[in-house]
Design a protein around this ligand. Structure first.
Ligand code: ATR
Length: 277
């Protein structure tokens, strides 16, 4: 199979490692190549991919939205979110999917099978593409009350309005969110805060959370972010970001190859790989 990734910059992506492992695991001959291109080169690169023998590819920053005009069809999640992270090529006919949110939910449920009950109250921190994908996946799991807090509260409001017809959810400032954390069963951090160069920062303070709350951070470099360290001090349950990365990749691979993979089969090796980074 000919697979790959389009984005900019992508030299440090972990996707080649994951997909080469999946190809080997399923005994499929193939290659996962990096198609790094700047925005000027993007149209030509897309034409080239469309005319090539590629079976599928991933899409990352900054093209998850820009790729849509080049595609022939979108799955429900990609259509709803207006963003694509996986493309399948059917003899040049390109179909766009979005596995980010489903990957997140799978990763969370692999670790905590009691998460995502319809009665759960969830707080999402951030309002970018990752937050939207996760919000959508939680709705699909029947979670009804999903508050969104963001530095720019108008953007949080837009996420709720775009994705949810009824209004059981609220948009909050980061300060408002901080003031009433004890109500949440799950708190999900979706911004880049916690990653270099903001490694030592947390978006909010976790004072007042319940001991049973799951604190989840989608940042995976470092594995234990400052927010997760604080959650640990508070006795909360932790959920790390690398599982989302692995699970969205497994779901993309399934779209291309028809082969499903239990994340547990690859998790230990993936964690070793991350340690060596
Ligand atoms: P992605 O698509 O990867 O989720 P994005 O669309 O750039 O990324 O969204 C970034 C999110 O991180 C936004 O919610 C952003 O807040 P604003 O909407 O107020 O810009 C948030 N974010 C990024 N850096 C931040 C910082 N230093 N402090 C607070 N929020 C930050």
């Amino acid at each position: 199979m000919q697979l790959g990734l389009i984005g900019y910059p992508i030299a440090h992506s972990l996707s080649p490692w994951i997909h080469h492992r999946l190809l080997t695991m399923h005994g499929i001959e193939g290659e996962y190549s990096l198609y790094e291109c700047n925005p000027e080169q993007f149209p030509d690169q897309m034409e080239q991919l469309k005319g090539s023998k590629i079976n599928g590819f991933n899409v990352t920053v900054p093209y998850k939205e820009k790729i849509i005009p080049y595609l022939d069809e979108l799955d429900e999640a990609a259509k709803f979110l207006g963003a694509v992270n996986t493309v399948k090529s059917d003899n040049g006919r390109l179909i766009g999917y979005n596995t980010d949110g489903r990957g997140y939910a799978a990763s969370l449920l692999n670790q905590y099978d009691d998460a995502l009950k319809s009665s759960d109250k969830v707080l999402i921190l951030g309002s970018g593409g990752a937050a939207r994908g996760i919000f959508y996946a939680l709705l699909k799991h029947g979670v009804k009350k999903i508050n969104v807090a963001n530095r720019t509260v108008e953007k949080a409001q837009r996420v709720i309005e775009d994705l949810q017809a009824h209004s059981t959810s609220s948009a909050l400032t980061l300060q408002q969110a901080e003031e009433d954390l004890s109500q949440y069963d799950l708190i999900i951090q979706t911004t880049s805060v916690g990653m270099a160069p903001e490694k030592n920062r947390t978006l909010i303070s976790l004072t007042g959370i319940n001991a049973n709350t799951i604190v989840s951070d989608i940042v995976y470099r470092p594995k234990k972010t400052s927010l997760l360290k604080e959650a640990e001090r508070q006795g909360a349950r932790l959920h790390y970001g690398h599982g989302m990365l692995l699970n969205q990749a497994i779901l993309a691979f399934e779209i291309w190859s028809g082969k499903s993979t239990a994340a547990s089969r690859i998790m230990t090796a993936f964690e070793e790989k991350l340690k060596g980074e």
